[in-house]
Design a protein around this ligand. Structure first.
Ligand code: F0G
Length: 450
């Protein structure tokens, strides 16, 4: 049996209650389980056997682990057989970061091209259990694409709030194609997030942003599947991009549960990387003092509780993580504490180059995912990461989500407007520009050097 528990005041609530935050103290909620009911080894055996099954709920890389998910009847589960994403070695990227080896778990290989599908299968299933007929989210693109698809599968209406002109077209096109009602808000993601919460509180719309704890339960299976693929050997470090901070929180919770069950021997260090222009967690982390309070909470250098201060007008070309006021920051901090984790920030140039490098390993990803490699390359030479560490970086979105960014990079035309209105053009250090040729054999032979 699972229940909802406030991460702050520890009050418990039934999972049948339609709440997103604690009704008593407004803090975030977790889904919790009676862990002592499980025997670690029999669980892993069961989970391994399910991989050979032909049933969708067994093959799903989320529902395969359903003992540690909120209970749902088979007929209630809305699945697209998500998960089952590969872990790939990336030798060029390892070299680029100064590491002996590096692997990527590519969550962009999910049905709608991002990790959001893992959380949406559990989120939409919960919506169905609560008999919701319409769902809503604010999004920088991927959440809306995923929610639109899963809502369509479940026969629900989807309402998405996106910042006008600030989401990659691949993602917008998905939400439109899957039949969602798309509201382009004249504002940024933080405005859209605030507004969708206000609307959900005053309407029957069921909110499916990652503040909803049922979303994060699906996403925590990233840790489960990664460990199953690695024979339950935890890496030294897992690197994740940080935007609204739901995913890093979910992955940390997943590893923490496996540790509690004795299925892994250690917590990998959760390392969260943000873009410099959208770095509220990084700034908060830099303010933390040496001491923790008796309650285990971090304090700042003056001894006050460490609190996130939103970044106004967040900017980055990695639009997926263009977020100044992340909702799940307190859960992310908990994950950092559990894992002795770290936070890094990277520049636009570093993101662009790292993305090109991930492409050159034949893998590819959307810009936000590339902060992982950019962060590693920055941390490794500074001694923050040892070259022989066993590191898995989490790629969150597919390379085709944002083709404009990729083509502009290779064409030497990637740039943005700085805080003072000035135009900043990035260097295309690993550009692979295309060549225009006349439609004529000899001209082509000439260009090819034959
Ligand atoms: N990478 C990608 C590709 C994303 O789409 C997001 C978030 C993140 C990383 C950051 O994850 O928010 O859990 O810290 N995208 C959300 C969206 C905000 O609306 O699609 P996070």
């Amino acid at each position: 049996m699972s229940s909802l528990r406030c991460i702050n005041c520890k009050s418990d609530f039934p999972t049948s209650q339609r709440i997103y935050t604690c009704p008593k103290c407004s803090s975030l909620l977790d889904v919790v389980y009676k862990m002592n009911e499980f025997q670690g080894e029999s669980l892993t055996k069961l989970w391994d056997e399910r991989r050979a099954s032909t049933k969708a709920i067994d093959r799903s890389g989320v529902w395969r682990f359903r003992e540690l998910l909120p209970e749902a009847g088979e007929s209630e589960i809305v699945t697209m057989v998500e998960g089952n994403t590969q872990i790939w070695d990336a030798p060029r990227c390892a070299k680029y970061a100064g590491m002996k080896r590096l692997s990527f778990k590519h969550l962009g290989m999910n049905p709608t091209g991002s990790f959001k599908d893992l959380g949406m299968t559990t989120g939409i299933t919960q919506a169905k259990r609560l008999r919701a007929t319409s769902v809503a989210c604010a999004s920088t693109g991927n959440t809306s694409a995923s929610m639109a698809a899963y809502a369509a599968r479940a026969g629900m209406k989807a309402f998405v709030f996106v910042p006008s002109g600030q989401i990659a077209l691949g993602k917008l096109s998905q939400a439109l194609d899957y039949g969602a009602i798309v509201l382009q808000i004249d504002g940024d993601f933080d405005d859209a997030m605030r507004l969708v919460r206000e609307v959900a509180n005053k309407s029957p719309l069921y909110l499916l942003n990652s503040v909803n704890p049922f979303r994060l339960e699906g996403q925590k299976t990233i840790a489960f599947e990664m460990m199953q693929q690695r024979d339950w050997r935890a890496p030294d470090r897992v690197i994740v991009p940080g935007g609204n901070l739901g995913n890093s929180s979910a992955i940390a919770k997943g590893f923490h549960e496996l540790l509690e069950l004795g299925l892994i021997a250690k917590m990998p260090k959760i390392t969260i990387v943000q873009a410099e222009g959208a770095n509220p967690l990084y700034r908060m982390w830099a303010r933390r003092g040496d001491t923790e309070g008796a309650d285990g909470q971090y304090r700042d250098r003056e001894g006050a509780d460490l609190k996130l201060e939103p970044v106004k007008d967040a900017t980055t070309l990695a639009t997926a993580i263009k977020i100044g006021a992340p909702l799940s920051w307190s859960k992310a901090v908990r994950g950092l504490r559990w894992s002795e984790g770290e936070v890094e920030q990277v520049t636009e140039q570093e993101i662009a180059d790292a993305k090109a490098m991930i492409g050159l390993d034949g893998i590819g990803c959307e810009p936000a995912s590339a902060v992982t490699l950019a962060g590693l390359r920055k941390m490794a030479p500074a001694g923050g990461v040892k070259p022989d560490e066993d590191v898995v970086a989490v790629l969150t979105g597919h390379v085709l989500k944002d083709p404009d960014y990729t083509v502009n990079y290779h064409a030497g035309a990637l740039g943005f407007t700085g805080k003072n209105g000035e135009r900043i053009t990035l260097e295309s250090r690993y550009a692979n520009a295309f060549t225009r040729v006349p439609a004529e054999r000899d001209a082509i032979m000439g260009v090819l050097g034959f």
